[in-house]
Write a protein that binds this ligand. Structure first.
Ligand code: FAD
Length: 510
């Protein structure tokens, strides 16, 4: 095990703590966060009210940026080991308008038709290898921020229980208890329609990857396993019902027949669910020692399949920052950048999925707009704009003044030649540490970074000749893969950028 994972809890306060961080929810967001925290050696407890992992797969596949996130941590091969090989594609869509992620030739592809349970199983295995197993059957029912810690009241399998930690993160889904208990505002609009989903065996349904527009609405279908199809019934003008239980398969099959004329009622339903277009965003992602991530912070129509992706990327943004703060390396204010960066992404996600919902479900009145949008996507700049939006590759965080084209964007996985041989950028980020790439063999760059050697690696390399890399002499990459500083072009010194993102140096510069 990594030395960081053995780091002791060593302050007076720590003796009264059960963990440094408590994560509520072992869905994809909570698991990704737990992995990132464990990678940095943080003591984490993950709580989930379910006694067993869910067998339901709302999401299917993931976007190019999530694929890159997994690649940065060396997690992609784990899917093969699970017997869930990845089917990759550069095909995407915006509200049903086809897109090609190939407009980002340096990016990793998207993954299709992979049930969300496989992603969760992969993450659970990674987190277990890092020494953390979710505590199941633990439902959070209360919390108190005591100023220097958070106390969490839990209904556990052996009765009531209280746990204390420095920070608490609510990754407990769209109906988040943590969000409510901690008093976060969650404004937005309620659901105006009801859509159905069913996983059906034995019907051999024709795949409709980006949906088929029909007079009554949109029908979607995908093959998700041997003889198993997912159908999504998007009938227009079906108002949401107050349900205390999932819809029956008869309701779903009737909707499918009204839309497509196909009878699937003889199929065996493995899972049936209803969902809607409620659209809400927490106004804050952080209130003192309590933070939100994933569906707990944002809910929206699952148009374009972005919810799980955004939750995983929330966790990827938060994990290393929270680790640096609890380890006393960086000031608590670093956590405010989590709100600043990810709330902006959440806000854009809501706009994007609202627009996709209108295009997708808008009916014949929307057809002229779809036609115009279709023409626009033939222009490279528009295609790239929309593909950047739904792939997560466009995200650019504010990183201070400067005009280097990579500043704030994610570092692409470009080929690099080092003395030891050739590599690409992502394996250099596997340990979840910062990275200074010295691309011009500049001793002053290496000297500037040396005082942060306990948390930032320095690698001297040369981009491969045809790397398509925006010319740079040196780059500072954060543990989440975003470029925090690049020369020439950044106005700040490298040391200022290092101090901003990684806290004061452990040893003074000489
Ligand atoms: C039909 C549909 C299709 C979708 N398709 C896609 C897709 O293709 N791609 C995509 O990216 N996203 C998709 N999504 C969205 C995706 O499923 C969610 O965004 C994702 O599951 C959110 O992950 P999460 O970890 O934030 O929350 P969740 O997955 O909801 O996990 C929350 C966890 O918290 C636990 N919990 C809740 N309350 C408590 C409590 N009080 N105490 C303890 N534990 C608690 C729950 O048991 C659960 O395990 C889809 C959604 C729907 C409805």
């Amino acid at each position: 095990m990594d030395a960081a994972l053995d780091a002791p809890l060593d302050t007076a306060l720590d003796a009264a703590l059960d963990a440094e961080v408590i994560v509520v929810g072992a869905g994809p967001t909570g698991l990704m966060l737990a992995g990132e925290l464990r990678l940095a050696g943080v003591e984490v407890i993950v709580l989930d009210r379910l006694t067993e992992p869910t067998t339901e797969s709302r999401g299917l596949g993931f976007t190019p940026r999530t694929m890159e996130v997994f690649a940065q941590r060396g997690l992609v091969d784990r899917f093969d080991a699970l017997g869930a090989p990845l089917e990759t594609t550069t095909r995407g869509h915006f509200g049903g308008l086809p897109l090609d992620f190939g407009v980002f030739p340096e990016a990793h592809p998207a993954v299709v038709d992979l049930p969300q349970v496989h992603t969760e199983t992969m993450l659970r295995g990674w987190v277990a290898d890092l020494g953390c197993d979710p505590r199941r059957g633990h439902t959070v029912v209360g919390l108190t921020d005591t100023g220097d810690a958070v106390e969490v009241q839990i209904d556990g399998p052996d009765g009531p229980l209280t746990l204390r930690a420095r920070y608490l993160v609510g990754c407990d889904g769209g109906r988040s208890t943590v969000r409510e208990l901690a008093g976060f505002d969650f404004p937005g609009t309620p659901a105006t329609l009801e859509l159905f989903l069913a996983d059906v065996r034995g019907c051999d349904i024709r795949p409709r990857f980006i949906g088929e527009w029909l007079p009554g609405g949109v029908a979607m279908s995908a093959r998700i396993g041997d003889g198993i199809d997912r159908v999504v019934v998007c009938e227009r003008d079906i108002p949401p019902q107050r349900r205390t239980a999932p819809p029956t398969f008869d309701e779903v099959a009737a909707g499918w027949q009204r839309l497509t004329g196909e009878d699937i009622s003889q199929g065996e339903a493995l899972w049936v669910s209803a969902f809607g277009d409620a659209t809400r965003l927490a106004t804050e992602y952080r209130r003192s020692r309590v933070l939100l991530a994933g569906d707990a912070a944002h809910v929206h129509l699952p148009a374009g399949g972005l919810g799980m992706n955004t939750g995983i990327q929330d966790a990827f943004n938060l994990g290393w920052k929270l680790a640096a703060v609890v380890r006393g390396q960086a000031p608590d204010t670093l956590l405010d950048t989590y709100h600043d960066e990810r709330h902006a992404v959440g806000s854009r996600l809501l706009d994007n999925t609202r627009a996709q919902g209108l295009l997708f479900l808008g009916g014949s009145a929307m057809q002229p707009l779809r036609d115009v949008m279709g023409e626009l996507t033939e222009h490279d700049v528009v295609h790239r704009h929309l593909a950047g939006m739904v792939s997560g590759l466009e995200i650019r965080y504010p990183m201070g003044d400067g005009d280097h084209p990579l500043l704030g964007l994610r570092m692409p996985d470009l080929e690099l030649a080092m003395e030891e041989g050739t590599t690409t950028a992502f394996p250099l980020l596997r340990g979840g540490r910062g990275l200074v790439l010295d691309l011009a063999h500049d001793e002053s760059v290496r000297r500037s970074a040396r005082p942060w050697a306990d948390r930032v690696d320095v690698v001297t390399a040369k981009p491969a000749a045809d790397a398509g890399f925006p010319q740079a002499d040196a780059v500072l990459v954060r543990p989440d893969g975003h470029v925090a500083w690049a020369a020439p072009g950044a106005r700040d010194d490298l040391t200022d950028a290092l101090a901003r993102w990684f806290g004061p140096p452990a040893v003074p510069a000489n």
